[in-house]
Design a binder for this molecule. Structure first.
Ligand SMILES: *Cc1c(COP(=O)(O)O)cnc(C)c1O
Ligand code: SF4
Length: 432
């Protein structure tokens, strides 16, 4: 069968997802007994073992997941374009028989990845904003430093999917030195974000070299590490790593949980070890259709994160990257989710819902609009229950100086709403 005919077929019949799985997923321990009976605890708890034993081919995957011959052919085509890599640990969290399992969707390739779509190769224009190779300096006081393109797992929704073609590089010491040199020469940089790929694929001593060099730069106040290891391979967060990180604080680590099923005792343990080493842990999730696009799932996710002492930081609108179209949701979904959380639960559980704008224009927050109308003297606002209040706008204080750059938008009607009347008695006058 040709690629075209397969794709045409996919358009005709998207893979069907049954909302309820017939059987509960195997527990991780049953998974281990079934697929890795001879693997010792020491091996299973060693991140290097998982890394070496990652599942990277469709043939290999079909040992775990029932795939028809036709499905295998399709997925081989997909993985030729967008490679596949899953750790045994992450595989153990899936309902292997359910194509709609939210963990499985993030890791197992889909034929929809190669269906023609509206995505771009580099929508965030990261290549353009690179000041030296690997270093993106877009915002005034912080830079993004990419040390490697290697990840423990290849997430199907990844923004840097385009990099997967180049396959497995780590910047050389000389290249890293050029990045450090730029940061040394640029005193406004007070926050360095080490991202990837996944920087924790570097060995602990390799990573330490970079951290200690950064710490010698007086104007670098904080270091951030962006990593999905706590989610996909929590065993990596071992004593050696934590002891090393604790020497170079303040370090803020951003991880990437997308679904409550990912918050296992192992993952929570990894976050706990980081926190005990003085590393703050925050979460950046991506809003993904079929994975976490309901209020209920986001509530469970964010409550689980708080129990693991992890603060939900961002909920990203999915970047418009080629091969991720099937995960996209309209912004109304994100707004509904935030609206369904705000007021209904702890403010600490509510992430900032943001779009990372195409063409490198940066992140902007989207919030449901609670201001119905506004004059110089008052605001007419609604609360989370829909109750309408009038809030008197204090007048006498001098206005703060306007920011030097940027345009201030005029007050606007709430997103997607029209207002005909703004009295409590007449809520029907306000309709979505
Ligand atoms: C997201 C991002 C940052 C960090 O943004 P924060 O809002 O401070 O978390 C920095 N640089 C680039 C290029 C980014 O995409
Ligand atoms: S860990 Fe991050 S960079 Fe790596 S594949 Fe997943 S989303 Fe992409």
């Amino acid at each position: 069968m040709t690629e075209e005919s397969l794709i045409a077929e996919d358009k005709a019949e998207p893979p069907s997802c049954s909302p309820e799985a017939d059987e509960p997923p195997l527990s991780p321990s049953v998974f281990r007994r079934k697929f890795y009976p001879d693997v010792s605890d020491a091996q299973w708890n060693d991140w290097r073992w998982h890394f070496r034993n990652r599942i990277t081919s469709v043939e290999d995957l079909s040992r775990f997941i029932p795939l028809t011959v036709k499905e295998r052919t399709r997925l081989k085509l997909v993985s030729a374009r967008f490679p596949l890599a899953v750790t045994p640990y992450y595989l153990s969290l899936m309902d292997l028989d359910d194509p709609c399992d939210p963990v499985r969707l993030q890791a197992v390739p889909s034929s929809l990845e190669v269906a023609a779509g509206a995505g771009h190769e580099d929508p965030l224009a990261e290549e353009r904003d690179s000041v030296v190779p690997g270093l993106v300096h877009r915002y005034p006081d912080r830079v993004l430093m990419v040390l490697t393109d290697i990840c423990a797992m290849l997430c199907r929704h990844c923004t840097r999917k385009r990099e997967w073609h180049h396959g497995g590089w780590i910047h050389t010491p000389a290249e890293i030195e050029r990045m450090l040199d730029y940061i040394r020469r640029t005193p406004q940089v007070r926050d360095v974000i080490i991202s990837g790929g996944d920087p924790l694929t570097l060995s602990t001593p390799q990573l330490e070299k970079v951290l200690s060099a950064l710490r010698q730069i007086p104007h670098v106040e904080i270091i951030r590490i962006g990593t999905r290891f706590p989610v996909v391979l929590p065993q990596r967060i071992d004593e050696e790593l934590c002891a090393m990180l604790s020497k170079y604080g303040p370090i803020w680590l951003n991880t990437h949980f997308n679904h409550p099923n990912e918050i296992t005792p192992e993952a929570a343990g990894a976050c706990d070890r980081l926190l005990r080493a003085g590393v703050q842990v925050n979460n950046q999730s991506v809003l993904l259709r079929g994975v976490n696009d309901t209020v209920d799932t986001q509530l469970k996710l964010c409550h689980g994160l708080l129990r693991a002492k992890v603060r939900p930081y961002y909920l990203f609108q999915c970047d418009q990257v080629q091969g991720t179209e099937y995960f996209w949701t309209p912004v109304e979904v994100g707004l509904r989710i935030i609206e369904g959380m705000r007021g209904h639960t702890s403010g600490l559980a509510i992430p900032n819902y943001v779009i990372d704008l195409p063409d490198g224009r940066g992140k902007i927050p989207l919030t449901p609009n609670y201001v119905l109308t506004r004059t110089d003297h008052e605001l007419v606002v609604r609360n989370y229950e829909g109750h309408i209040s009038h809030f008197t706008n204090p007048k006498s204080a001098p206005l703060p100086r306007k920011p030097k750059v940027g345009v201030t938008a005029p007050p606007q009607l709430p997103f997607g709403w029209t207002v005909t009347e703004v009295k409590n008695e007449d809520r029907a006058g306000i309709r979505p």
